[in-house]
Design a protein around this ligand. Structure first.
Ligand SMILES: *Cc1c(COP(=O)(O)O)cnc(C)c1O
Length: 371
């Protein structure tokens, strides 16, 4: 049986009658730039994230770049982050002229280690980018006090974790709620994906929200008056219309992903070779990815390809070992938990529309390989 890694065509089939009229309304109006749908989406994502402000922008990458720009970093300033993430997290640090400082992750969750952050703080550290990888939140209750003590900004890269929650001191907190700025991506394959690129920042700070709104529009708070130099990073009104139509489904989609994850984990628990992903009991994981650790990973990939089972390796080369960061001087062995992860992980189909039969086929294919 052919099982794709992700089936956006199946999703579109289910929601086409909601999405197309929303897009048509924008097209009939010919109002493509900063239309009312953009502001409505900002309000809805802010509400979902328990934040005062939502500021839409052109991508999840820009959603990281703009708050870093708002920090007015200088060459030599350091931003601590994880090497086990999508490239954009560290690329944004480099692109504002600061230096990424990579620290190791926790074995069980793949998320940044608070102890490793603490050990890496220097007099040049200005900020921490926490990534809520694969859909579960990092240990914010341990990271935020560190940041407060050292006067550091915290950016939550929640590109993979929109709507995820964590119990922090007994209170459910959403991804993006607690940091200086939380960021989301609407890349088509994300849990809430547009028909193209898109992103969003959320913050509790009125002042920062105003600055971010300005920075995404060439640094001007009104047309043709520029307080500073910003960039062009708007979210298209058409994308906002698509995302508004999809947003009411997000919670059910995330629940379906979690159900599929539960079934996989049940099938793999106790297996001598296959190690299912750890879920921190404080977290409500939204399973952007379902990521196993396995031996003989590359051979398994060949087997799955032959069987028509979709899969991917997120991420095959940790960022501290990327050629573009060679000048930073990291070598293999420096961040062993991240390196073990990059050598052994594999992600399986976990999209909401996945059927029981498809899931059985995926499980059967893995079990057969290790039998
Ligand atoms: C997808 C992603 C981004 C970048 O988002 P784009 O919208 O593709 O620019 C940043 N960080 C993480 C962790 C991501 O998964």
């Amino acid at each position: 049986m052919n099982v794709p890694l992700l089936d956006l065509v199946a999703q579109f089939r289910d929601i086409r009658d909601e999405v197309l009229p929303a897009m048509m309304a924008v097209i009939e109006r010919q109002g493509f730039i900063m239309g009312p749908e953009v502001f409505q989406l900002e309000a809805e994502v802010a509400r979902l994230s328990h934040a005062r402000h939502g500021i839409a922008c052109a991508s999840g990458t820009d959603a990281l770049f703009l708050p870093l720009k708002a920090l007015d970093l200088h060459p030599g300033d350091e931003v601590i982050t994880t090497p086990f993430t999508f490239f954009a997290t560290a690329g944004a640090i480099h692109n504002v002229g600061a230096t990424p400082v990579f620290v190791d992750i926790e074995e069980a969750t793949f998320n940044i280690s608070p102890a490793a952050i603490e050990a890496a703080i220097t007099s040049r550290t200005r900020a921490i980018i926490v990534v809520h990888l694969f859909g579960q939140m990092a240990a914010m209750e341990a990271i935020l006090p560190l940041a407060r003590r050292h006067g550091l900004a915290v950016i939550e890269d929640a590109a993979q974790a929109i709507g995820a929650r964590r119990q922090v001191h007994g209170v459910w907190r959403r991804a993006g709620e607690l940091a200086t700025v939380g960021t989301f991506s609407f890349f088509p394959s994300k849990n809430l994906g547009g028909f193209g690129d898109g992103g969003m920042m959320v913050t509790q700070s009125d002042e920062l929200a105003e600055r971010l709104r300005r920075l995404r529009l060439h640094g001007g708070s009104r047309q043709y008056l520029h307080e500073e130099v910003g960039v062009n990073s708007r979210l298209d009104t058409l994308q906002a219309a698509v995302l508004l139509a999809k947003l009411p489904h997000l919670s059910a989609w995330s629940q379906a992903r979690a159900r599929h994850a539960g079934r996989y984990t049940q099938a793999f628990t106790g297996h001598p070779a296959i190690c299912p992903p750890g879920v921190d009991p404080l977290n409500e994981h939204i399973f952007h990815q379902y990521t196993l650790r396995v031996p003989r990973r590359d051979e398994l990939q060949v087997h799955l390809r032959e069987q028509g089972v979709g899969h991917a390796v997120y991420y095959p080369l940790a960022l501290h070992l990327q050629p573009c960061f060679a000048h930073l001087g990291y070598t293999r062995g420096r961040l062993p938990v991240s390196e073990r992860a990059m050598d052994s992980v594999i992600s399986l189909p976990i999209y909401p529309e996945l059927t029981l039969e498809q899931q059985d086929a995926v499980v059967g294919s893995l079990l057969a390989f290790y039998a």
